[in-house]
Design a protein around this ligand. Structure first.
Ligand code: ADP
Length: 257
């Protein structure tokens, strides 16, 4: 469905953000990317979103190669990025400008009901809490029915209780539509709760270190022994990438002496 082939990105300053990444996302699956700071997670998402150009390789949706923002791919960032001068309803409707007014209004009302914000359509974004604003951002990204959804640390600015509520809401929206989801997170607990596969990345250059399957049935219990087992596996993989990173840095300076 969404596939990445031999993708590399070297920035003008020489930073080797991604080195020959290959990854195929199964239709309707949720994949999480974890890894230390600077391993290329955001770069990978930005390239798939068409917000930046790769140095080499290709990104495909189905058989189509993409290099610009694609209507079948929705994006959600860490901060909601709502348009302050539009009402909540108009923000949600932003991707539906080509639809007839009645259809647009019906879709927006339905979407607001699904995220528990019926009756908020006439408000301004600034009148909503951070968690509510992020729900609107999710609604805006999903309303046009994208085949894939990219999320870049979408819940990291929120407190734990709000974050857990949003996890459940995202899962409910995903279950109703089954978009293919690729999300970056630094939260191992979140990755194990949400994702079917967890891609662990390492840096300098940014590469996939390992991919961990998480076949647990849903709904999942973040405190179950099976969740804990996968969490440990991910943490151990992250530790290995960090150790490798430390050793590579030492080699680069010729050891301790
Ligand atoms: P992550 O999201 O995993 O923290 P990034 O994708 O932001 O990693 O960055 C990967 C590498 O690319 C880092 O070395 C970072 O400094 C570099 N980088 C990211 N964005 C830019 C940019 N716009 N210009 C130059 N270097 C960048």
């Amino acid at each position: 469905m969404l596939s990445i082939h031999n993708l590399s990105k070297i920035y003008a300053n020489g930073a080797h953000a991604l080195d020959r990444i290959d990854l195929s996302l199964q239709p309707g699956a949720i994949t999480a990317i974890v890894g230390g700071s600077g391993c290329g997670k955001s770069t990978l998402l930005r390239l798939i979103a068409g917000l930046d150009r790769a140095s080499d390789g290709a990104i495909r949706i189905g058989r189509e190669t993409i290099s610009e923002p694609h209507p079948d791919i929705g994006v959600i960032f860490q901060e909601p990025r709502l348009l302050a001068w539009l009402s909540v309803a108009d923000n949600v409707a932003f991707g539906l400008r080509d639809r007839a007014k009645e259809e647009r209004e019906a879709l927006v009302a339905n979407m607001l009901a699904q995220i528990g914000l019926s009756g908020y359509g006439a408000r301004w974004p600034r009148e909503l809490s951070g968690g509510q604003q992020q729900r609107i951002a999710i609604a805006r990204a999903l309303i046009a029915g994208p085949k894939a959804l990219l999320l870049d640390e979408p819940f990291s600015a929120l407190d734990m209780v709000t974050r857990q509520g949003l996890h459940q809401q995202l899962l409910a929206l995903w279950a109703a539509r089954k978009p293919t989801i690729l999300m970056v997170t630094h939260d191992v607990d979140e990755a194990v709760l949400l994702a079917d596969r967890i891609v662990v990345m390492r840096s300098n250059p940014g590469r996939i270190a390992t991919i961990i399957d998480n076949p647990q049935a849903r709904p999942r219990d973040r405190l179950s022994s099976s969740s804990e087992r996968v969490q440990r596996e991910v943490i151990a993989a992250l530790d290995r990438t960090m150790r490798g990173e430390g050793e590579r840095q030492l080699e680069a300076v010729g050891g301790w002496w």
